[in-house]
Each structure stands twice: as structure tokens, then as C-alpha cells.
Design a protein around this ligand. Structure first.
Ligand code: GLN
Length: 461
């Protein structure tokens, strides 16, 4: 428990020590910790004694902070200084949280490894020359290396949970609408949700409760009331857990992931949980539907970055060349690939064949989740089929990168909350995360199971 501003300044010094001693991690984009430290030193009153008092926090480079460069790790926004705060930033500041830096990410949050960044790749704290996962890799590493207590990321198809799994920390994607998206740079608006990284489940709850709740600046934010968290081990154990996948049918699943999954299932059974196998056949279409719908939304959301309304403008005399060159020079390869796919699936000849079919699949998946939650409290599954891999291994193979999102995208298609829990280490000491998902607005069930696992020494942190 932090009690004085002196202790807080020491925490800020330790942030800078880790940062300076590990430049290869490349997880921080803008560091404003010294400014925060001098404000703290100049006045004992400068930090509010709210629920986040003394907590150090990192913010993904796509969440707007007033007067800070928020470039979404892209070239097209390299000179963009945000004129306003996202709602989550205002709420953190009101509760005394200390925002020390912004963190590296895949350009516009498109990717699974934090290799597609204008600032260069972020490396994993565990293992040599290994990717951190993505797209919120910088936030995951800032937390796993101990630089900060907490971090925010964004999760459109797994970008909080997958890097959390690769880096050995907790990563939560809340229910769609639970946290205001005002000030989060949009990738695919009907999927995007701001999420939280932490090393401790208590810290995560504090940040989650701070940023959640209705915001009149975001019409998709929900008015659903937050229920107070109340932990009772007996109640937790009475929860029924469903297994949505039959993992023995997966050809490309790492043996370490499978082992960790089986061990956890056995532990839960032994502890008295009722576990049931479910049949959720529609989930096999989730990756295809996700990549059709999110690229469609992205192609529309990113149209504003044209050098005229937003973004760096190329030097040209005629309007067509300005549009053409600003986008050609300003966007990286992965973002261009998504814009092209998105424009294609929305084009009049293919709309029915791809876009409207994918919408139907989304609906079927949602219905299947509703059905599952009529008989179980939670779902249990891996976060990712694989372990962190070497830098560069998948960068030239986008399809293989897309397929690794198999276990995370179903939750964004249906809006339900899910958390990645650090539950294992491979033979080579690389972290393995497993996922729990619950019904809409039931994040407290996820916190309860995490607390149970942590109290029973199942987590690796
Ligand atoms: N890996 C997924 C993608 O590239 C998820 C991205 C995200 O959640 N922002 O689309």
C-alpha cells in the first residue's frame, strides 16, 4: 500500500531504471514520467487520493491523451498531438492514477505481434528475441517487466488477451459497451473495446471499476449498473464451467498449451467445479467472419486519414495525387491489406457473398453463446493456440497470423467479456495464458475465478 508521494517518486524512478536498462524491449513510445514526478514533488496535494492512488499506468498509443503524441504507431499520424482526453483518461486521473507513458502497438491495432509499428517491434520480457504478442504488445510488456502496475490496451479480436498470454500477465476484455470508447481511435467500431493488463487481479478490478460505466459521449456505452464485487469461495465453486472446444481435434495446437489446458481442467474438477463439454460448431467460422467484418469496418473508419481531413499530407499539386500519395506513403503494409480486403467485401458485386453472410454468421455465434450461458456460468478455453515465437517468424505470413486469433475473436463477435489468466510456463519457460469468458456484464464471475486460481497458487505470478 503506497502512502506518501515520496514512495510514488521512487516508483517512477524504478520505471525509468527498468526502461533504461532494457531498451531492446521497445515498449514505450512517449515517456512523460519526469513531468509527473516533478508535479508530485512540487506539491503534496497534486495527486488525488482516489481508488487508483499511487498506481502507475501505461496507455496504448491509440487512446487519446491531451497534449500527447498519439500516432497509433503509424506514419500517417506521426505528427498528431491529441487535443483532448479519452473518457478513460479523465476517469483514471480523477481517481489518482499516474499515467507515465504511452506504449507501442501494431499500426492502428492491426496485428498479433507488435511487429507492424513505425517505432519498430516490441520484444517479450520472457525469452530471447521473442515477440510480445499484439496488437497491445507494448502495454503487456510494460506490465510484465514491472515498469508499471497497470496498462490499458484495446481488444478488437484479442489484442489485450493474446499479448497478456504471451507475456504472463492478466488481460481483460470487458463486455462491449461496458467501457466508453470515446477517445479510442477506431479500428472496427462494433468490435473495439478498451481492456486492462495487470499482474494482480485486485489491481485489475480497481482499474476496471474506474473506467467502466455509461458515458454520454459514447452512445454505445451501456447504462447497465456495475455490481459490487463480493468474493465467496463456496459460491465460486458452485459455478458450472463449459468447454466450448474439443481440443483433441486441433492439428495446430502447441503441446504445452494443451498440457496447461488439461491440467487446469483436472484441477478445476478436483476442486469441485462441474465441467461440461459443449457443442459450439459455429465457432469454426469465427475467424473468417471476423476478418470480413473487421476489415469492412476498418476500411470505412480509416477513410478519414487521407491527408485532407486527417493525417500527413503528401506534397502534390493536384487533389487526386494528394489522396493517392498520402495513403500510399502513410499506411503500412498490413493496414493497406485490410483496407483493400474491406473495400472488396463491401463492393456491390461481393457484398452479399461476403459481408452479409459474415453478419449472419455473427448472429449465429451470438445465439450459440446465449444458448451456452443458459446452462453454464463460464466458458474455459486457451487464449492462443501457440507460444510466443521468434521475431519475424510470421510477419511474411499474414494468414497464419490471422488463424492464431481463433480463440479470441468469438468473444468480440458476440460482445461477451473474457480474461486471459497466466496459468502455465512451457519447457522453455515461456508463459501460457488460458481464457475464461462469461455472459454480458458478468465480469465479476471472471474476477472470482481468477481470485480462486491465484489463492490456490495456480497462477504463475
Ligand atoms: N489480431 C487481431 C487482428 O489483427 C486482433 C487485433 C485487435 O484486437 N486489435 O485483427
Amino acid at each position: 500500500m503506497i502512502s506518501t508521494n515520496l514512495e510514488i517518486s521512487k516508483k517512477i524512478d524504478s520505471f525509468n531504471e527498468i526502461l533504461d536498462s532494457s531498451p531492446h524491449l521497445n515498449c514505450v513510445v512517449s515517456n512523460f514520467s519526469q513531468k509527473i514526478k516533478s508535479e508530485i514533488c512540487s506539491s503534496e496535494q497534486s495527486i488525488k487520493k482516489g481508488s487508483l492512488y499511487g498506481k502507475t499506468i501505461a496507455i496504448k498509443n491509440n487512446i487519446n491523451i491531451k497534449n500527447v503524441k498519439i500516432d497509433c504507431s503509424s506514419k500517417i499520424l506521426q505528427n498528431y498531438i491529441s487535443p483532448y482526453n479519452a473518457t478513460v483518461i479523465d476517469r483514471i486521473e480523477e481517481e489518482g492514477g499516474l499515467i507515465l507513458c504511452t506504449t507501442n502497438m501494431d499500426e492502428f491495432a492491426m496485428g498479433s505481434s507488435t511487429e507492424y509499428s513505425i517505432h519498430g517491434p516490441t520484444l517479450n520480457w520472457h525469452g530471447d528475441n521473442m515477440v510480445a504478442g499484439g496488437s497491445s504488445g507494448g502495454s503487456a510488456v510494460a506490465v510484465s517487466s514491472g515498469m508499471v502496475d497497470l496498462a490499458l490496451g484495446s481488444d478488437t479480436g484479442g489484442s489485450v488477451r493474446q499479448p497478456a498470454s504471451f507475456c504472463g500477465v492478466y488481460g481483460l476484455k470487458p463486455t462491449y459497451g461496458r467501457v466508453s470508447r470515446y477517445g479510442l481511435t477506431a479500428f472496427a467500431s462494433s468490435f473495439d473495446q478498451i481492456g486492462v493488463f495487470s499482474r494482480k487481479i485486485n489491481d485489475m478490478q480497481k482499474l476496471f471499476f474506474t473506467i467502466s460505466g455509461h458515458d454520454k459521449k459514447d452512445s454505445t456505452s451501456s447504462k447497465n449498473k456495475l455490481q459490487p464485487f463480493d468474493y465467496n469461495e463456496k459460491k465460486v465453486k458452485s459455478m458450472k464451467i463449459g468447454l466450448p472446444y474439443r481440443l483433441d481435434q486441433f492439428k495446430h495446437l502447441s503441446k504445452d498449451v494443451l498440457e496447461c489446458y488439461n491440467k487446469t481442467v483436472n484441477f478445476l474438477k478436483k476442486s469441485g467445479f462441474e465441467i461440461v463439454q459443449l457443442d459450439m460448431d459455429s465457432l469454426k467460422y469465427a475467424v473468417s467472419a471476423y476478418y470480413i467484418l473487421t476489415t469492412a469496418e476498418a476500411s470505412s473508419n480509416l477513410a478519414r486519414f487521407d491527408g485532407i481531413r486527417y493525417g500527413e499530407r503528401s506534397v502534390n499539386s493536384d487533389i487526386d495525387s494528394i489522396y493517392f500519395d498520402s495513403k500510399t506513403d502513410g499506411f503500412g503494409e498490413e493496414v493497406k491489406r485490410r483496407i483493400i480486403i474491406g473495400t472488396y467485401v463491401l463492393s456491390s458485386g461481393y457484398y452479399d457473398q461476403f459481408y452479409s453472410k459474415a453478419q449472419k454468421v455473427r448472429k449465429i455465434i451470438k445465439t450459440d453463446f446465449d444458448k451456452a450461458f443458459s446452462s453454464v456460468d463460464m466458458l474455459f478455453l486457451p487464449t492462443c493456440p501457440e507460444l510466443p515465437y521468434e521475431l519475424g517468424k510470421k510477419k511474411g505470413d499474414p494468414l497464419s497470423m490471422y488463424l492464431s486469433d481463433i480463440f479470441t475473436v468469438p468473444m468480440n463477435l458476440s460482445g461477451i467479456p473474457a480474461i486471459s489468466v497466466p496459468l502455465g510456463l512451457s519447457d522453455k519457460k515461456l508463459p501460457i495464458g488460458m481464457q475464461f469468458a462469461s455472459n454480458n456484464f458478468e465480469e465479476n464471475k471472471l474476477f472470482s475465478i481468477c481470485r480462486f486460481l491465484s489463492e490456490n497458487n495456480r497462477t504463475i505470478i
